[in-house]
Design a binder for this molecule. Structure first.
Ligand SMILES: *[C@@H]1O[C@H](CO)[C@@H](O)[C@H](O)[C@H]1NC(C)=O
Ligand SMILES: *[C@@H]1O[C@H](CO)[C@@H](O)[C@H](O)[C@H]1NC(C)=O
Ligand SMILES: *[C@@H]1O[C@H](CO)[C@@H](O)[C@H](O)[C@H]1NC(C)=O
Ligand SMILES: *[C@@H]1O[C@H](CO)[C@@H](O)[C@H](O)[C@H]1NC(C)=O
Ligand SMILES: *[C@@H]1O[C@H](CO)[C@@H](O)[C@H](O)[C@H]1NC(C)=O
Ligand SMILES: *[C@@H]1O[C@H](CO)[C@@H](O)[C@H](O)[C@H]1NC(C)=O
Length: 381
């Protein structure tokens, strides 16, 4: 081959494997009419999400940090808007059984495993495999047993895209070609639809929350592990978000039992549990509406998942700062109960609850593909 041909071949090869570069601020930015979203490879994390408030101003409605290098260093690491995996949430007693073989997983959350133990996916630098003006794809190869007891290589990818009318769409796929393994993913974004700018309160309790198809929820123990029981919330009671639209998230804030409603022997206030989505009329149905009168912003979730985890930030202790795009003053912090994570996913610890009939949705092996799809559409009240 001539030297010039070699040169062009090398250029072509470089182009084929070129890794898309982030912007100068270290973030990948995608946008569409009424929405702008920014991401980093660490945890396949959403760092900023701008939508219009009732005054037509762009506001940043998710938690995060200005300094992209701080995410991996953050000692609190609240899985800020990242993808936990390969099995999100808890595995009871750090073990599960597939085809008669019992696997021990790492107990990193009291007696249980949380987000698959150390080396979980939200702590990894994902590969950026495609970027366009309105979408980005991250991918990950999770080697067998790189988190204890999580056997079989898993390859996964997440594609985030934004669409006209302020929709953020998320789709994930994963496969475990060598052997059967637990697979359950979610997107773990924390919202405050006021961008911490309501002078009356930074707490999340003045937001409204409606889960029209979620009258039932999983009872949990003091470690936030489901007990196996499925309960129905009485209208107006602490865990009711189904009976009517426009119910304040904190409608039971002053009720007996609100403090301790999410366990930890009374230390967890509010919510850290799982609500079932049942009998929705179509796959296109809005299953969660979170809204705030102050900003006027309304966020609507559509998902193919059978439920959502609601976590109302009881463990945020005021050590994390806000982004410069948020808050009313520069020293403002993420205080307890000032945000909510709404995580669409399958039933937590379903691998250990055959009576829930979820194991075929949570254990995947050769020839099978795990799929997950959700979208958030933002509008005004
Ligand atoms: C995830 O992995 C990190 C890094 O190994 C570890 O510090 C953390 O405890 C793990 N688990 C959770 C739930 O974050
Ligand atoms: C990213 O891609 C490289 C090259 O294919 C691979 O070696 C590496 O394991 C990938 N990283 C992750 C986090 O999957
Ligand atoms: C997984 O790793 C642990 C140590 O972290 C080891 O005890 C166990 O035997 C490994 N399991 C498999 C199936 O390789
Ligand atoms: C956006 O919303 C408007 C008003 O609801 C509707 O007329 C229009 O068709 C929507 N556009 C897209 C691309 O969905
Ligand atoms: C609950 O108590 C707080 C603080 O005392 C008060 O500001 C709020 O209005 C009360 N909320 C409800 C829904 O009663
Ligand atoms: C699981 O399936 C059995 C048999 O069809 C049924 O009786 C039971 O109600 C199901 N459990 C749940 C939680 O749906």
């Amino acid at each position: 081959m001539k030297l010039s041909a070699l040169f062009f071949a090398a250029v072509a090869e470089a182009a084929a494997i070129a890794v898309p570069e982030p912007g100068a601020d270290g973030r990948y930015t995608i946008s569409a009419e009424g929405i702008k979203a920014q991401f980093i490879p660490y945890g396949a994390t959403l760092t900023n999400l701008f939508v219009k408030d009732k005054n037509g101003k762009d506001i940043d409605v998710v938690l995060g940090y200005d300094d992209v290098d701080y995410y991996p260093k953050d000692p609190g690491h609240p899985v800020y808007n990242a993808i936990p995996g390969r099995y999100a949430n808890r595995i009871g007693n750090g073990q599960y059984t597939i085809d008669g073989v019992t696997y021990q997983t790492q107990k990193n959350d009291g007696p249980n495993t949380l987000h698959s133990g150390t080396n979980n996916w939200s702590f990894r630098f994902w590969n950026v495999t495609a970027v366009t003006a309105d979408s980005i794809t991250f991918s990950l190869l999770d080697r067998s047993n790189s988190s204890q007891g999580m056997v079989g290589d898993v390859s996964a990818s997440v594609t985030y895209s934004v669409r006209a009318n302020a929709t953020w769409h998320i789709s994930m796929t994963a496969a475990s070609p060598q052997q059967k393994t637990p697979l359950m993913l979610t997107q773990h974004t924390y919202f405050n639809l006021d961008a911490y700018r309501d002078p009356a309160t930074s707490l999340i309790w003045d937001h409204t929350l409606h889960l029209p198809y979620s009258a039932r929820y999983l009872e949990a123990d003091q470690n936030a592990l489901p007990t196996g029981k499925i309960l129905t919330a009485a209208p107006g009671s602490i865990n009711d978000f189904a009976s009517k639209p426009g119910l304040l998230f904190g409608h039971s804030r002053n009720a007996t039992g609100f403090q301790g409603n999410c366990g930890a022997n009374g230390a967890c206030e509010g919510y850290n549990g799982y609500w079932l989505i049942e009998d929705k009329p179509s796959n296109d149905a809005v299953v969660v509406t979170l809204a705030s009168e102050f900003s006027g912003v309304k966020a609507e979730l559509r998902t193919d998942q059978p439920g959502v985890v609601l976590y109302s930030c009881s463990w945020m202790d005021g050590s994390a700062g806000l982004k410069s795009t948020q808050g009313l003053k520069s020293d403002q912090k993420v205080v307890k109960s000032s945000c909510v994570a709404i995580e669409a996913q399958d039933y937590p610890d379903g691998i250990n609850r055959p009576e829930w009939n979820r194991t075929s949705y949570q254990i995947f092996g050769p020839g099978q593909t795990y799929n997950w799809e959700s979208s958030w559409t933002f509008g005004l009240l």
